[in-house]
Design a protein around this ligand. Structure first.
Ligand code: PFF
Length: 451
């Protein structure tokens, strides 16, 4: 049977953008901008994307589209009989590992969407609302049930297939995500006292720019574009030969960046308007923001309830499109290599992720006693994946394409056999970035994580 493909350029770009736009854009980027010098950080972030993330994106794209295979199949074709198959295996393991704890957070956003719809944030007391999060995640059944429903939603999209599932879902949700986040941003900047938040985001503050700023920009850009974990390899294997890699890469990078910027204006001005300190991570979206919605409901109950619903809907959709891409990497492997039916492969991956995810979900409640250096299982998963596994995956991708693959094959794929407009001129500089610059930059991030 012929392998499924994305229908066209738009579908492919929206699916890739869906993978890139996720929780990272919402709970990490806005805070990072403010804490690292505002406008200065934004410029450094763009440079990091051009020098590190896009070269890795292109490297993954070249592997995926050239082989039209899943991560292990790709290595079997490009480096048969070598240890590179372990790189393929790692690229399949990482996203499934990440999906298990990412879906726990997906479950929390679903629960908060339900709470927002039942007007919990409108009627309660602001301080109480802030405490709800701790109460919820330490429970046993509540988080487990929402995590399961969330993962079933991801499964539903995957079962639809590449075109009727992933592509259709992305075409529907990505435009919606942008509309939602713009509405929230307009509301947020119109709140009294929001100007301090705007200043926090845009005012260039050189005093906050340190070597750590550089590492933060590189790490965030890399994470945000979903690199180092086989996703771009897998999605590119569904992209037709005539599509231009340069256009696809830039379109993904630009939409991811734009969403992160608009999300910053949706969140930070509202936080400043409420007179509280912005933070990052789960606390920002599940404690700080509900607190703001409740405080605002005293003066504008209807509007703040609507915004609360739209906000958690945005988080849920952003998480879902990323989770779909994480799951697809494993499904593609079982379908291509083990010749399983898509439905059986999807159910198998669902079961594996559910088991690991259930452990993560319980690690705030019944399993909270299991810790390593003060981290519970959820944190261990997150730190091990983001600070270690992803970087190894990214580095191996660069070494493979820059040092192992034949340069002419890389050129042929990058330029779509010379036919992709503008790509021939960009090839030599991109190849130089893949071979030398990006590995050094990624190495810096890796070392900095251990310091
Ligand atoms: N790029 C997505 C995000 O920023 O949330 C998806 C993602 C990337 C999830 C890397 C998890 C991860 F470790």
């Amino acid at each position: 049977m012929e392998r499924e493909k994305f229908g066209g350029r738009l579908g492919a770009i929206l699916a890739l953008a869906g993978s890139a736009i996720g929780l990272g854009n919402i709970w990490r980027f806005p805070y990072m901008v403010g804490e690292n010098g505002g406008a200065v950080f934004i410029i450094i972030y763009i440079a990091a994307t051009l020098l590190l993330s896009l070269p890795i994106f292109f490297a993954e794209f070249i592997i995926g589209r050239r082989t039209q295979s899943n991560c292990i199949g790709a290595m079997k074709k490009l480096a048969p009989g070598t240890a590179w198959k372990w790189f393929g295996a790692l690229s399949i393991f990482i996203p499934l590992f990440i999906l298990s704890y990412y879906s726990v957070v997906g479950g929390w956003s679903l629960e908060y969407l339900v709470q927002a719809c039942s007007l919990t944030f409108t009627n309660a007391d602001a301080v109480e609302v802030r405490g709800l999060f701790g109460e919820f995640i330490t429970g046993t059944w509540g988080p487990l049930v929402f995590f399961t429903i969330y993962l079933l939603l991801v499964l539903g999209v995957i079962l639809g297939g590449v075109r009727k599932g992933i592509e259709k879902f992305s075409k529907l949700t990505i435009p919606l995500l942008f509309i939602l986040v713009v509405i929230i941003a307009v509301y947020s900047v119109s709140l009294p006292g929001s100007s301090a938040g705007i200043a926090y985001l845009v005012r260039p503050d050189w005093s906050k720019v340190t070597p750590a700023t550089l590492v933060n920009a590189l790490g965030q850009s890399f994470y945000s574009m979903s690199l180092g974990m086989g996703i771009i390899i897998t999605y590119s294997s569904y992209i037709k030969k005539q599509e231009n890699p340069v256009v696809t890469g830039f379109a993904t990078g630009v939409s991811d960046f734009l969403f992160a910027i608009i999300a910053s204006f949706a969140i930070i001005p509202a936080v400043f308007s409420a007179g509280i300190e912005p933070g990052a991570g789960p606390g920002l979206i599940f404690e700080t923001l509900p607190f703001i919605f409740t405080s605002l409901s005293e003066t504008m109950p209807v509007l703040s309830s609507i915004i609360a619903i739209l906000f958690f809907l945005t988080i849920l959709i952003a998480a879902l499109t990323s989770s779909v891409s994480l799951m697809e990497v494993g499904v593609a492997y079982f379908v291509d290599e083990k010749k399983m039916k898509r439905s059986s492969a999807s159910l198998l991956v669902f079961t594996m992720v559910w088991i690991a995810g259930a452990v993560c979900s319980l690690s705030f409640g019944p399993l909270k006693g299991i810790t390593l250096l003060g981290n519970n299982i959820f944190d261990i998963f997150d730190k091990f994946a983001s600070n270690f596994l992803l970087l190894i995956g990214g580095m191996l991708t660069l070494v493979f394409v820059g040092w192992k693959m034949d340069k002419e094959a890389v050129r042929d794929e990058f330029t779509s056999s010379g036919k992709a407009r503008g790509s021939r001129r960009l090839f030599e500089s991109t190849y130089f970035l893949i071979k030398y610059v990006a590995p050094v930059l990624l190495g810096i991030v890796f070392i900095a994580n251990f310091l």
